[in-house]
Design a protein around this ligand. Structure first.
Ligand SMILES: [Zn+2]
Length: 226
């Protein structure tokens, strides 16, 4: 798997220092600065600590089976801003190599927020996933006529599960999703989907466009995983 992050810190120097500090217990394989400089921090074959408590398609130990790339960006906490062209261009080259070398399937190229929707928002709704998908990196839905029409909450839960999201949706505070109300973990999984694949509808609630893209993504990609 390939997991993308933002550093969420005020400067690249601070992020580098933290990622290289053993006591902080965080690390990633690569860091890409806003000027496009790529820092290789941990060898790809070695485990890095970037995913934390996470879940994707039944898998929980994501640190052991993924490559993590950190993009310098202050993040939602310190002034979230667009990812510059130089940074995106470097990422595109690096990710294209990694995806080809490790044969990473489209639905295994993910945001940190996809695998940890209860805790994480990175790399966030300004990240251009469609651009990467155009280079063959990751998945992008192309809805067709068959993806239109009404939906039920049960279908949405099924679709999110087929794509890969955790759908147990008990947020740990005793409020398991009852299938009718959109809140807690259910809403956060849907919000994570929107952040990645429907960023112009960042509501955490189902709507026609979100559901269309969800259906298209599940239809085209969910069977392509090995
Ligand atoms: Zn992250």
């Amino acid at each position: 798997m390939l997991i993308l992050h933002y550093t969420g810190m005020q400067s690249a120097e601070a992020a580098l220092e933290r990622l290289c500090d053993e006591a902080a217990q965080v690390s990633a394989h690569y860091l890409i600065d806003e000027d496009g400089t790529i820092y290789r921090l941990v060898h790809e074959k070695r485990r890095a600590w970037h995913a934390g408590v996470s879940f994707w398609r039944g898998e929980r130990d994501i640190n052991s089976r993924s490559i993590g790339i950190e993009l310098v960006n202050p993040g939602h906490e310190f002034g979230y801003r667009p990812f510059p062209e130089a940074q995106m261009a470097s990422l595109e080259e690096l990710a294209a190599d990694l995806v080809a070398h490790y044969r990473i399937p489209p639905l295994h190229v993910l945001a940190h927020s996809d695998i940890a929707p209860d805790r994480k928002e990175d790399p966030g709704e300004l990240f251009d996933w469609q651009r990467l998908a155009a280079r063959g990196i990751g998945a992008w839905p192309e809805p067709g006529k068959s993806d239109e029409g009404g939906w039920t909450n049960a279908e949405i839960r099924d679709l999110l599960g087929r794509i890969g999201y955790g759908t147990a949706w008990d947020d740990g505070h005793g409020t398991a999703w009852d299938g009718t109300v959109w809140d807690g973990s259910a809403a956060r999984s849907l919000l994570a989907f929107q952040r990645h694949w429907c960023p112009e509808r960042l509501t955490g609630l189902p709507d026609a466009e979100t559901v269309k893209r969800m259906r298209a993504l599940a239809r085209v990609y969910s069977e392509r995983l090995v």
